[in-house]
Design a protein around this ligand. Structure first.
Ligand code: KG4
Ligand code: ZN
Length: 358
């Protein structure tokens, strides 16, 4: 169970709810890292006609689906509310309507069952998800968190101890993948489609910028890369596959360069870890694995299903809190508010543009 010393303890079960973006998800996870049951419903079909997530549609879809999914996942595991030890729900950051649907459902269950409520920061769910899959991963680790709303480098030093070393000053990388897909007419969600098309392209074919590469600043920027993709497409001179491959290579070079910058400032870590939706990308994983090897760091990437939004990671973050807080933990207050913006590192300085789109 990680490298930290925990006294052997009885396994406990946490029920988790995720509803911060366009996946409605529920899961039952035990503190010994067993996922007892999980269900996930994507809203891809609802949002696809708009080329992106429409917040009002997302909130309604969560509200319609959540109750039957909760019933379903308990039935799948053969458990009742009486069998669980806590309820974890995403309380932010994310689209406020969806977050409220999940959080209020979590509060109602906590009240009805007289169990503690654990309000989970969605980013903390991503940040700790690698520890659900890998019992050997102890603190500290250097985390690249790359999703549709975020692109951050964090020093993960313990439960509740996250030091942000870098963030994006404009777009998140997942967002840049999605916009590139839109420009190339690949539809939504774009990340997997760009990755697939890039396999047929030449990553050296289209000259694209590497924003902030080599900069003394620690941060990321992807807005200029996205605009350059649009300009390259508009020339009509490049095959879509070449644009996709060249975009992906440029983005990966930025990731590697910014991680090198963080490592120069911080010194090495035992492990380099990647999490968030973009961590599903095999070219990204490959490049990070090489980087880790060149710094004598272990490389840890969770299985693909744990990278994109899911509730097992939220239930697991709840498990981590249960273990860390000890037996007299009463949970978070039931009047706790949903937080559409909720930085993981409250000490981190504000960066222009960052976190605008949670
Ligand atoms: O973590 P996530 O599921 O949701 C957020 O919290 O944002 O991340 C979704 C993002 C989307 O932008 C999606 O296009 C991107 O992750 N993504 C990928 C891949 N799979 C998902 N990007 C690149 N390559 C992929 N294979
Ligand atoms: Zn996410």
């Amino acid at each position: 169970m990680g490298s930290e010393a925990h006294s052997p303890e009885k396994s406990r079960i946490v029920f988790g709810i995720e509803s911060s973006c366009d996946e409605t998800a529920v899961a039952l996870v035990r503190t010994d890292r067993t996922v007892l049951a999980e269900q996930i419903a994507s809203q891809e079909a609802e949002h696809a006609p708009y080329g992106g997530v429409v917040p009002e549609i997302a909130a309604r879809a969560h509200a319609e689906r959540l109750a039957p999914m909760i019933e379903g996942v308990f039935a799948d595991a053969g458990l009742t509310l009486a069998d669980i030890d806590a309820i974890a729900a995403t309380a932010g950051p994310g689209l406020i309507g969806g977050v409220m649907v999940g959080l209020v459902s979590g509060k109602a269950l906590a009240m009805a069952a007289d169990k503690p409520l654990i309000a989970v920061n969605h980013l903390e769910g991503h940040a700790l998800s690698p520890r659900l899959a890998d019992a050997e991963l102890g603190f500290p680790y250097l985390l690249l968190l790359v999703s549709g709303g975020h692109c951050q480098i964090l020093a993960v030093e313990g439960i509740g101890h996250y030091r942000r070393l870098a963030t994006t000053i404009d777009d998140a990388l997942g967002e840049a993948f999605d916009k590139t897909a839109k420009i190339l007419g690949l539809g939504y969600p774009g990340g997997p489609a760009v990755e697939k098309l890039a396999l047929d392209g030449d990553p050296g074919a289209v000259p694209l910028p590497r924003p902030l590469k080599g900069s003394k600043e620690p941060h990321f920027s992807f807005a200029g890369l996205k605009s350059a993709v649009l300009r390259a497409y508009d020339t009509g001179q490049h095959a879509a596959a070449d644009i996709a491959a060249s975009f992906q290579r440029a983005a990966i070079e930025c990731l590697v360069d910014r991680l090198e910058h963080a490592l120069r400032g911080e010194g090495s870590f035992p492990a380099l870890v990647v999490a968030g939706g973009v961590a599903a990308n095999k070219a990204v994983r490959g490049a990070l694995e090489q980087l880790a090897a060149s710094h004598d760091m272990r490389f840890v990437a969770p299985p693909l299903a744990l990278c994109t939004d899911n509730a097992a990671m939220i239930a697991w973050a709840g498990c981590e809190r249960l273990i860390a807080e000890g037996t007299d933990f009463r949970g978070d207050p039931l009047d706790l508010k949903a937080r559409p913006r909720w930085p993981l590192d409250p000490e981190a300085e504000m960066v222009r543009g960052a976190g605008v789109k949670a």
